[in-house]
Structures are given as structure tokens and as C-alpha cells.
Design a protein around this ligand. Sequence first.
Ligand code: GAR
Length: 219
Amino acid sequence: MFVNSCNVVVLISGNGSNLQALIDQSENRGYRVAGVVCNDPAAFGLQRAAKAGVPAVIVEHRDFPDRETFDHALLEAIDAFAPDLIALAGFMRILGPAFVQEQAGRILNIHPSLLPKYTGMHTHRRVLEAGEREHGVSIHFVNEELDGGPIVARSRIAVREEDDEESLTGRVHRLEHDLYPRVTGWFAAGRLRLRDDGVYLDGNRLPATGIEEATPPGI
Ligand code: GAR
């Protein structure tokens, strides 16, 4: 029997549709979702994990007096799953610098914009308000800056005349569900690495905006 050797722990705060995509495509992409860590007991993603038989742990930030103690508890919960990779998938807490430095090169995040543009919240609304003609998704290694670490990959879509926040959110989600499992598979296969001078895929250093991945048809 083939045993996936790359253990991934997925951190979520809410709906967990990216978690679902990561679980659904894990076998094809050659990694294993070993566990889920969540900071909100009401997150729908916890139901997805339960349905898929993936163990989940809740570490509620409200239970901790400060970021350091929360980060410590979070790391303990993560470590219990012995992960090779930590994948942030809609995890809406900022991780402290000590955590991020300790795990450098082992944490990925997905963000719904063409980074470095539109870090932070409400990206779809802000893209529409700014009259952008393009929008998309980025996956990056996590560092101390919010949505600011070295970019691995991006996929883009054209903003349509008739797009509103809801339609744009839906289309970007479909892009995310395609791209995140793919990039996770690269990491699992040892193809993707963060080094001091940048992100490497198959031994080649990527440009600062990462690799451009084609948009799947129909999005
Ligand atoms: C996703 O769109 C993800 O890119 C975004 O939260 C959403 C979570 O959806 N993350 C960020 O904005 C991080 N800055 P999901 O819970 O359905 O996967």
C-alpha cells in the first residue's frame, strides 16, 4: 500500500472550503491531511473534518491572555500531529514572530488576491471598488508580515462587468480549490522549498511574484 509521507496540518477559522479541497485531493496530490487546528468552536470546517475522519483540535484564542500563550498552545496542538507542513486555510489569527520564525519554510497561506496587492480583509469588495480588471489568488510562505511572505504561486481571473462581491468570491474560491492542493503536492514531493534568497520550485528560483499557474477552464 502507498503511504503518503507528507503530513499536513490545516489551520482554519471558518467555513473550511479550502480544507475540503485539500482533503479531497490529498491522495491524488501525494500528501495526507493529518489534522485540523481551529480557533473557533463554531467553525463549519470542523464538521467537514469530522465527516472526513480527520482529527481536529480547537484552540480558542479567547482562552489565552496574550498572543504568546495562544501561540504556544497552538504550536503544541499542531506538533501533536507531527506535520511536515502547516497550511493556513482561512485562519484569521495573526501568528506571532517567534512562531513564524521557528516554523519558517513550513507554513503556507492562501490569500484571495493577487499579492502583493490587497493584503488584509474584504479583498473582493476592494478590488471591485478600485475598478480592477483582474483579480485572483496567491499562495505564499508565511513570515511576520500579514499576507506578506514570499509568494509561491498565483492564478488570475478577469473581473467581469457583471461581477459583484458574491460572484467574485465564488469564482476566486474555485481558483483557490484548484491551486492550494496543487501547491501542497509540490511541497510534499520535495519540489518546493523556501531558501534564504527566495522560493525554489524544481531547483529554480521563482520571481518575486511566484509562478503563474493557468486558470482552470470554466472559472
Ligand atoms: C479564503 O478565501 C482564503 O483565501 C481567505 O479566507 C477564505 C477562507 O475560506 N484567507 C484570507 O483572507 C487570509 N488572509 P474557506 O474557509 O472556505 O477556506
